[in-house]
Design a protein around this ligand. Structure first.
Ligand code: ADP
Length: 383
C-alpha cells in the first residue's frame, strides 16, 4: 500500500469511528472489557489493565483466565461462564478480585450482553465494567458496625431504665413501698446518666471526626493555671473515693498556644479514667517542657492495663475484660475520642502501664504560637 492510499484509509469513516471509540473508552476511569460471545477478550481500556494488574496483550484470552473472580466468601468463580450465561445486564457490588500476591479487592462488576438488534435474544458479545470499591466497602462496613454497636449500647440502659420505671409504678400502685421506689429510682437515674455520657461522647466524636480548622481556636494557655483549675474540679470526686490528687508542674513552664477546649477535654478524659480505675492511692496530674511544646501526664496507682489491652484501649468501644473495669460504667469511647482530638491539634499520646500497679497517660501538646491559624491543617483524623 502506498503512502497516499494509507492516509486515505486512515481518514476513512470506519477508522475515525474506531479512533473516537478508543479515545472514549480510554477516558473512562472504570475498567471496560469487551468480549465475544464466548467470553474471549476483544477490546479493553487502560483502566482495565490497572484493575487486572496486567500489562500483557489480552486480546483473544478468555476473560476468566485473567480475572480471578471471588465470591463474598472468597471462593473462586468461573468468570467466563458467568459472562456467557448472562442474559440481561447484571450489576453486583459483592464480588472480589484476587491477585497473584494474595491481595484481594472489592469490585463493582457489571456484565451487559451486546445484542445485534434491540429485543433480540442473540448475543454478539459482552461488555464488562469493573471498578475497585474496596475503600467504599470498608467505610460502609465500619459505618454498619458503628451503628450496630451504638444501638446495642443504647438499648441496654434504656431497657434497664424502663424496667425500673415500671417497678416504681407497680410499687406505688401496690403499697407505696418507699424502699423499692427509692432503689428503682436510683437505678433508673444511673442508667440515664450513662445514656447522657454516651450521647456526650458520641457528640464529641462527631465533632472530632468532622473537625476542621474553623473549630480550632488557638489561645495562650497558662499551663500551671490550667492544671490547677482542672485538678480542683475533681477534688470532691477524688475524696469521695478515698484517693488523693497531686499536681506536679515544672516551675519553668509558662504559656503554650493551642486549643484550650481540646487540651482540657483530653486531660479530663485521662483524669476521669484515672479516678474510675483506681481503688487506692494517688492520681497525679503533671506537666513539663518538651521540645516544641509541653508534655502533660496523668498517672494513677490503679488497676493498670495488661500489655495485650494496651494495644486496644484507643479502639472504638473497647473496654477491658478485667472484672474491675466492669465494676464502673463506661462507654469505651473516651480514649477513642481523645485520640481523635489529639490528632486534630497535632498532639501525641503515649501510654505506660503495669497491671495491678497503675497507668501513666502522657500527651505531648505542640506549641502553635508560631503557626498561622489559617495555614495549619488538622492532623489526619481518619485513623
Ligand atoms: P470507658 O472508660 O468509658 O470504658 P475509655 O475509652 O475511656 O472507655 O477507656 C477504654 C478502656 O481502657 C477502659 O474500659 C479500661 O478498660 C481501660 N482504661 C482506660 N484508662 C484506664 C486507667 N487509667 N486505668 C486502667 N484502665 C484504663
Amino acid at each position: 500500500m502506498d503512502n497516499n492510499n494509507q492516509q486515505a484509509q486512515n481518514r476513512s469513516p470506519i477508522n475515525l469511528e474506531e479512533a473516537q471509540l478508543n479515545t472514549l473508552i480510554n477516558s473512562i476511569t472504570d475498567g471496560v472489557i469487551a468480549t465475544d460471545k464466548n467470553g474471549n477478550i476483544i477490546m479493553y481500556n487502560g483502566a482495565a489493565l490497572n484493575v487486572l494488574d496486567q500489562n500483557t496483550e489480552l486480546k483473544g484470552v478468555p476473560i476468566g483466565t485473567c480475572l480471578r473472580l471471588l465470591d463474598k466468601a472468597n471462593q473462586p468463580i468461573d468468570l467466563t461462564r458467568l459472562v456467557v450465561e448472562t442474559k440481561t445486564q447484571t450489576i453486583s457490588r459483592d464480588y472480589k478480585l484476587g491477585y497473584a500476591d494474595g491481595s484481594i479487592i472489592n469490585i463493582y462488576l457489571s456484565i451487559a450482553p451486546v445484542k445485534p438488534k434491540f429485543g433480540s435474544n442473540e448475543k454478539d458479545g459482552f461488555v464488562i465494567l469493573v471498578r475497585d470499591i474496596t475503600r467504599e466497602k470498608s467505610l460502609e462496613e465500619e459505618r454498619d458496625e458503628f451503628i450496630s454497636v451504638v444501638s446495642h449500647e443504647l438499648r441496654t440502659p434504656v431497657t434497664i431504665a424502663e424496667g425500673n420505671l415500671s417497678n416504681i409504678i407497680l410499687a406505688l400502685e401496690r403499697s407505696g413501698d418507699i424502699h423499692s421506689v427509692n432503689n428503682a429510682v436510683h437505678q433508673a437515674h444511673d442508667q440515664i446518666l450513662f445514656l447522657a455520657s454516651l450521647i456526650n461522647d458520641l457528640s464529641t466524636l462527631s465533632r472530632a471526626e468532622n473537625g476542621t480548622i474553623q473549630n480550632l481556636n488557638y489561645v495562650s494557655i497558662n499551663v500551671a493555671q490550667l492544671i490547677h483549675t482542672i485538678a480542683q474540679n475533681y477534688v470532691q470526686e477524688v475524696q469521695k473515693k478515698g484517693l488523693s490528687m497531686q499536681t506536679e508542674v515544672d516551675p519553668s513552664l509558662e504559656v503554650i498556644h493551642n486549643s484550650s477546649l481540646y487540651v482540657r477535654e483530653i486531660l479530663q478524659n485521662f483524669i476521669t479514667n484515672a479516678i474510675k480505675y483506681t481503688e487506692h492511692g494517688v492520681v497525679t496530674v503533671g506537666a513539663r517542657p518538651a521540645q516544641g511544646g509541653v508534655e502533660f501526664r496523668v498517672s494513677d496507682t490503679g488497676i493498670g492495663i495488661s500489655e495485650h489491652d494496651q494495644k486496644e484501649v484507643f479502639d472504638k468501644f473497647f473496654r477491658s475484660e478485667d472484672y474491675r473495669t466492669k465494676k464502673s460504667s463506661g462507654t469505651g469511647l473516651g480514649l477513642y475520642v481523645t485520640q481523635k482530638l489529639a490528632h486534630l491539634i497535632g498532639a501525641e499520646i503515649s501510654l505506660e502501664s503495669t497491671l495491678n500497679k497503675g497507668s501513666t497517660f502522657k500527651i505531648f501538646i505542640p506549641d502553635m504560637s508560631n503557626a498561622k491559624q489559617e495555614s495549619i491543617e488538622p492532623a489526619d483524623n481518619t485513623k
